[in-house]
Ligand binder design. Structure first.
Ligand code: NI
Length: 170
C-alpha cells in the first residue's frame, strides 16, 4: 500500500465532475486500498478519488476510524432519497489549514452505489455519516465545502488560502 498525495483547492481535478468507474480490476483495488491508508494517515473520515488526483466516481468512508471494519467504498454513488435539512461544521483534507465551514445538508439520505466487488449497496444515514456521504458525493461532482459555504465564510477561506500561499505553507 502507498500513501498518496492529497490534492488541494485550486487543482483542476477537484473542480470537475468525475467519470463513472467501469473497471474493478487490480488497479482500482489498489487505488481503494491506498485511499483507505491515505485517509487514515490524514485523520479524515472520508476521501474521494479526485482528492488523490484520480477523476473517478469513487470514495472511501469511515466515520469511526478506530474501527477499521467499518470502512467502506462507494463506487458510482447516487443519492436516491433526501429528507429534512441540517447544518453542521465540516472540514476538508483538500483545504488544509483553512478551518471548517458550516454547511447546509439534507438531514437523512439514502445512497445507492456499488461496493468493491461490484455488488449493489444501499446506505441510509443520518448525522455524521449522512453529512460525510453528501460531502464525498459533492467531491465527485467537483464541489467543495468552500463552494457551499456562506459568502462571508467563503471569502475568509479564500483569504486564508492566499495567506498560506504567500507564506509558502500551501
Ligand atoms: Ni473533502
Amino acid at each position: 500500500m502507498a500513501i498518496l498525495r492529497i490534492t488541494r483547492f485550486g487543482e483542476k481535478v477537484l473542480h470537475k465532475k468525475t467519470l463513472p468507474v467501469t473497471d474493478l480490476g487490480p488497479t482500482t483495488q489498489k487505488l481503494i486500498q491506498d485511499m483507505y491508508e491515505t485517509m487514515y494517515v490524514a485523520n479524515g473520515v472520508g476521501l474521494a478519488a479526485p482528492q488523490v488526483g484520480v477523476p473517478l466516481r469513487l470514495a472511501v468512508i469511515n466515520v469511526t476510524p478506530e474501527e477499521k471494519k467499518n470502512q467502506f467504498v462507494i463506487i458510482n454513488p447516487l443519492i436516491v432519497k433526501k429528507e429534512g435539512k441540517t447544518e453542521s461544521e465540516e472540514g476538508c483534507l483538500s483545504l488544509p489549514g483553512v478551518g471548517g465551514a458550516n454547511i447546509k445538508r439534507y438531514k437523512k439520505v439514502t445512497v445507492r452505489a456499488l461496493n468493491d466487488k461490484g455488488l449493489p449497496i444501499e446506505i441510509t444515514a443520518e448525522g455524521l455519516l449522512s453529512s460525510c456521504l453528501q460531502h464525498e458525493i459533492d467531491h465527485l461532482e467537483g464541489r467543495l465545502i468552500i463552494d457551499r459555504a456562506g459568502i462571508k465564510r467563503r471569502l475568509e477561506m479564500l483569504w486564508a488560502i492566499r495567506r498560506l500561499k504567500k507564506e509558502k505553507l500551501w
